[in-house]
Design a protein around this ligand. Structure first.
Ligand code: AMP
Ligand code: MG
Length: 342
């Protein structure tokens, strides 16, 4: 599992373009494998301050992983998944916050985003060496378990009312983690940094030159490092959900890791990638998965209804690029393989 995840992490959908920095300033940087992906924190500040903030951040990331990973038997999520059917399980404040946020997205999207998807995610195992196409019967048997209405939260206690329901916070945890690291950095008075949690990016402040950070949006059907566009951002999270991050191909069909909870199969909403630009990492992450399942039209409506401070870039399977109003006329494409929708 780990080996595959490491290999696949190379396909990260969003990348920071450091090389184009015209300054000689070099960041203090550390990379480690946490939260099932390659995480890099780069800070432009004095060595001592940056190293202290980086160590503190990786300690917090590892602690979060021990709590939230569905693949670590001693995690709180594993405890919920094995025991919360019989009795209420108590959660700490942080897990309660993430779980409530996940349920809020589930309700607003009428289950397109669904943290109760865990049993189906395990059944498909996409992104691991055990990935396979389940039988229709296997999917049918677990479909009703993948419904957020099976999750009951009272204060900080959780209960799962369907015996097959398993929770999975994989679509939101890295976004939360990027906000957590951002807070650790700002508490340490760091003002210029890039937090990259497997392509879930938070760009803090500006580049050392004072210019905006440059974030490349990966071309979903081209080699790593070929971008459809380069975004200029400051104090923003940029998060992408795509069908090329974790997938396998069988009989000419692509099976990817973002499932449609209403069918139990990989979502087929006509898009192959969606990137979200938001001041909040947790919202950007939850929104990217929600918008991927909803597709371009419903996804745009959802963002424009609930998130006025947020921009999005959808890439459709017929190679069109659709954006929120705020980006219209502003996005310069780096490729001729795609066309901006009118
Ligand atoms: P992301 O890459 O942020 O879009 O999250 C995808 C991950 O979230 C998958 O690897 C699953 O663990 C989980 N997941 C898959 N489908 C859904 C869904 N419809 N709602 C919530 N989580 C999902
Ligand atoms: Mg997500």
């Amino acid at each position: 599992m780990k080996k595959t995840a490491k290999t696949l992490a190379l396909l990260a959908a969003t990348a920071v373009l450091f090389a184009a920095c015209s300054t000689k300033a070099e960041p203090i940087r550390k990379t480690d494998f946490v939260l099932g992906t390659v995480c890099t924190i780069s800070i432009y500040d004095s060595k001592d301050k940056a190293e202290q903030a980086i160590e503190q951040s990786f300690r917090a990331l590892k602690k979060l992983e021990q709590k939230l990973s569905a693949n670590i038997p001693t995690s709180l999520i594993s405890k919920i998944n094995t025991q919360a059917h019989n009795t209420q399980i108590e959660m700490d404040t942080e897990t309660t916050f993430i779980m409530q946020k996940a349920l809020e997205y589930a309700e607003k999207s009428q289950g397109a985003f669904d943290p109760a998807i865990g049993a189906l995610v395990k059944l498909w195992n996409i992104g691991t060496e055990e990935a396979k196409i389940p039988s229709k019967e296997e999917i049918q048997a677990l479909l009703s378990s993948a419904d957020y209405k099976n999750i009951k939260i009272t204060d900080n206690r959780i209960k799962l009312i369907n015996p097959d329901t398993r929770v999975d916070l994989g679509a939101i945890a890295k976004g939360y983690a990027s906000d957590m690291v951002k807070n650790i950095l700002t508490d340490n008075n760091v003002k210029k940094a890039i937090i990259d949690l497997g392509g879930n990016i938070y760009a803090l402040g500006t580049r050392p030159t004072g210019e905006d950070w440059r974030i490349g949006i990966q071309d979903p059907r081209n080699n790593k490092g070929r971008y459809i566009a380069i975004l200029k951002v400051s104090n923003k999270a940029v998060v992408t959900s795509g069908d090329y991050e974790r997938f396998f191909i069988k009989n000419n069909r692509r099976y990817h890791h973002i499932l449609d909870p209403s069918t139990g199969y990989p979502a087929e909403s006509g898009i192959i990638s969606v990137s979200i630009i938001s001041p909040s990492g947790i919202d950007a992450d939850a929104l990217s998965t929600t918008a991927f399942v909803l597709g371009a039209k419903k996804g745009l409506d959802f963002i424009e209804k609930y998130h006025k401070d947020t921009e999005a870039i959808f890439i459709t399977e017929d190679k069109k690029i659709i954006t929120t109003k705020g980006l219209r006329g502003k996005l310069k494409l780096e490729t001729e393989d795609y066309k901006l929708a009118e």
